[in-house]
Design a protein around this ligand. Structure first.
Ligand code: PXG
Length: 297
């Protein structure tokens, strides 16, 4: 069982004792939304941005918030504070709540808030040496089927892509959109560096990643950046590739489908942006101990 603490609808539990109903439509149908948030040095990174995205996700699927967003935010800060961790990972979820065995969401009378606070390490030392990836056969669910801004509790599409990577002994999977343009990785956005310019696909088919936006903001004063679509050939001929996500942070990809990217080592632009990112996350954010005199930002 992971370390940490779990909030469920107003009460706090050790991880092994936190429970929700088997009739919750979050379990029965993946009917709910979530966020993944990190804190560093007792400060939550981009909490307001994560809250705004969570509220937007919920709105897109007509899921009522169990309480106003400010109260959700307070529960998140309190859960992180009670975890006794200084660096960790927060996973808030809003589920549709218990209903009957039909999928009609109207049968669920009250949505639930769960906040898991624990730790996460996705790529370990491969942050430094670089990850291998595959181009997944499964395509990303198109926006006409599900708005990519819904960060829903149903991640099967992403899990299938990740399983393809596992089967081939690769660290990550890159998904193409329905028109064969590069979309994103299984839980990260993607960037390419080519001829000194940084490229990232538009978010029309992808999640609007908070780490992605942070990197675009950090990069813009130092490198030319372009948000535009590209296909697999552009990836394979890149100078550098890296992926970004709250869990994965900024991670180089040095091999795709067994083919080395450039010299097969993390490149200088990736390393520079990794450094800038880690400096930023360690020096900003919302304090998890708001009453001890440290300010919010
Ligand atoms: N794309 C998808 C599909 C995601 O699920 C990102 C991009 C990156 O977004 P942020 O805002 O984190 O930069 C995500 C992130 C994890 C984890 O463990 C993250 C996500 C989903 C599942 C696990 O970091 N979402």
């Amino acid at each position: 069982m992971p370390e940490g603490i779990v909030y469920v609808d107003g009460a706090y539990f050790p991880p092994a004792e936190a429970k929700i109903s088997v009739f919750d439509h979050g379990l029965l149908y993946g009917d709910g939304v979530f966020e993944g948030i990190r804190f560093y040095n007792s400060r939550i990174f981009k909490l307001d941005e994560h809250m705004a995205r969570m509220a937007h996700s919920a709105e897109l699927i007509g899921l009522p918030l169990p309480m106003p967003i400010e109260k959700i935010k307070a529960a998140i800060v309190e859960t992180a504070s009670r975890s006794k961790l200084t660096d960790g990972y927060i996973r808030p979820l809003i589920t549709r709540g218990p209903g009957d065995l039909g999928l009609d969401p109207r049968k669920s009378k009250a949505s639930s808030l769960v906040v898991i606070c624990s730790t996460i390490s996705l790529y370990g030392s491969k942050h430094m040496t670089g990850l291998s990836a595959i181009i997944a056969k499964v395509r990303r669910v198109p926006p006409s089927a599900l708005n990519p801004n819904v960060k829903s509790l149903n991640y099967l599409n992403n899990i299938l892509a990740k399983s393809e990577a596992n089967a081939k002994g690769a660290d990550e999977a890159i998904l193409l959109d329905i028109d064969a343009y590069v979309a994103e990785a299984s839980a990260d956005n993607i960037f390419v560096v080519k001829g000194g310019t940084i490229y990232s696909p538009p978010t029309s088919t992808n999640l609007v990643g908070i780490t992605r936006q942070t990197i675009l903001d950090l990069a813009k004063d130092h490198y030319p950046t372009k948000v535009e679509r590209f296909k697999t050939d552009f990836l394979l001929t890149a100078d550098e590739i890296f992926i970004t996500g709250t869990g994965g942070e900024v991670a180089p990809i040095v091999d795709i489908d067994g083919q080395k990217i450039a010299d097969g080592k993390p490149g200088p632009v990736t390393q520079d942006l990794q450094k800038r990112y880690f400096e930023l996350v360690r020096s900003t954010g919302t304090s998890i101990h708001p009453n001890n005199g440290h300010g919010s930002h």
